[in-house]
Design a protein around this ligand. Structure first.
Ligand code: PLP
Length: 344
């Protein structure tokens, strides 16, 4: 796809949009006399509006991710970045998007909110993806394909060559949600956004980085797509407190913790495999395990009774009798394992 092809996918009203501008866009320093935004002059620590362009935070993320700031969008969680695809590309009541199933629930929620039809393409029994089947589900009104790798709730990652092939063959935007990529052996494809104008890669600080409470999601894409996202977002979508706190938290490396979760994932998987009620533990590249058991509803209730909350996915396509279990601290996992082991 070319940039012209991507421009042709934009909603006409977005292609015409004049974005909201703030007076402070005209002032580059930080020690001016600010009488432009009707803020309070009395310092509270937060009496000034935050930087709508998140310049300092973006330049730090640019170093960490190895991509220019022009290719980075910061959202109020990945959820904002997901919604952005619908608001920028999809005409309500007319267009559709294609998503794999089972996958993350927000794609269908955002589609429904924006009045966009969602076409679900079922994964295979082993949760692999049939490229031809996926592309056959698209038509001239398909504006985006949502992929998630490693996938939630199945935990598997799709081969990099397959994702690239889909991007190259697709006539729509292709979203690859990499929320769990830090736990995966398969590396991120985010750098491909420099040569693939229709690729959008999502990452988040909510999982491996341990900042779910701060709400910070990232989208990587061609600079023209990022420019559109930036025009459509709320100007002050990331609060001053979040920008400051995230910047500090990014100083602390996460490698050791990620390694611990990955080690613990293997240990928990092995322990579960030997238990009477466990039928299958699916291989996982994420920080959770999808586990098929003899009676998911009953085991779920037994775990709740012990104060252990997991996710019951047994009503999701291809996940009959499955629970999704997050890898926690060793002692938390032990408590879960003890309950599963004694379950009759
Ligand atoms: C958890 C998760 C996210 C994270 O969303 P945030 O809004 O950034 O917290 C995104 N995508 C998938 C598939 C997830 O499972």
């Amino acid at each position: 796809m070319t940039r012209d092809d991507v421009r042709a996918l934009l909603r006409p009203n977005i292609a015409r949009l004049t974005p909201y501008s703030t007076a402070r866009d005209d002032y580059k320093g930080s020690l001016g006399v600010f009488l432009d935004a009707n803020e309070s002059p009395y310092p509270t620590g937060f009496n000034r509006y935050p930087d709508p362009h998140q310049k300092v935070l973006k330049s730090r993320l640019s170093e960490i991710k190895g991509l220019p700031v022009e290719n980075i969008f910061i959202g109020n969680g990945s959820d904002e970045a997901i919604d952005m695809v619908f608001r920028v590309f999809c005409n309500p009541g007319v267009d559709n998007v294609v998503a794999i199933a089972p996958s993350y629930g927000m794609y269908s929620v955002c589609a429904a909110i924006n009045d966009i039809a969602l076409r679900e393409v079922l994964l295979e029994e082993d949760f692999s993806l049939d490229t031809d089947k996926l592309l056959r589900a698209c038509d001239e009104h398909t504006k985006a394909i949502f992929l998630c790798s490693p996938n939630n709730p199945s935990g598997n990652a799709f081969p990099r060559e397959q994702l690239i092939e889909i991007v190259r063959r697709s006539g729509a935007m292709v979203i690859v949600d990499e929320a769990y990529v830090d736990f995966s052996e398969i590396p991120s494809i985010r750098k491909e956004v420099l040569s693939e104008p229709n690729l959008i890669v999502y990452q988040t600080l909510s999982k491996a980085w341990g900042m779910a409470g701060l709400r910070l999601g990232l989208a990587f894409a061609d600079e023209e797509v990022i420019a559109r996202f930036s025009q459509v977002k709320y100007p002050y979508n990331i609060s001053a407190l979040t920008q400051k706190t995230v910047l500090e938290a990014l100083q602390k490396p996460i490698d050791a913790q990620v390694k611990e979760i990955v080690t613990e994932r293997a240990r928990v998987a092995k322990a579960l495999e030997g238990m009477p009620c466990v039928k299958n533990v699916y291989p996982s590249q994420a920080n959770f395990l999808l586990v098929k058991v003899s009676d998911a509803d009953a085991l779920y209730d037994a775990l709740v009774k012990e104060g252990v909350i997991v996710r019951n996915r047994s009503r999701v396509p291809l996940c009959k009798q499955c629970l999704r279990i997050t890898i926690g601290l060793k002692e938390e996992n032990e408590k879960m394992l003890a309950t599963v082991k004694s379950f009759k």
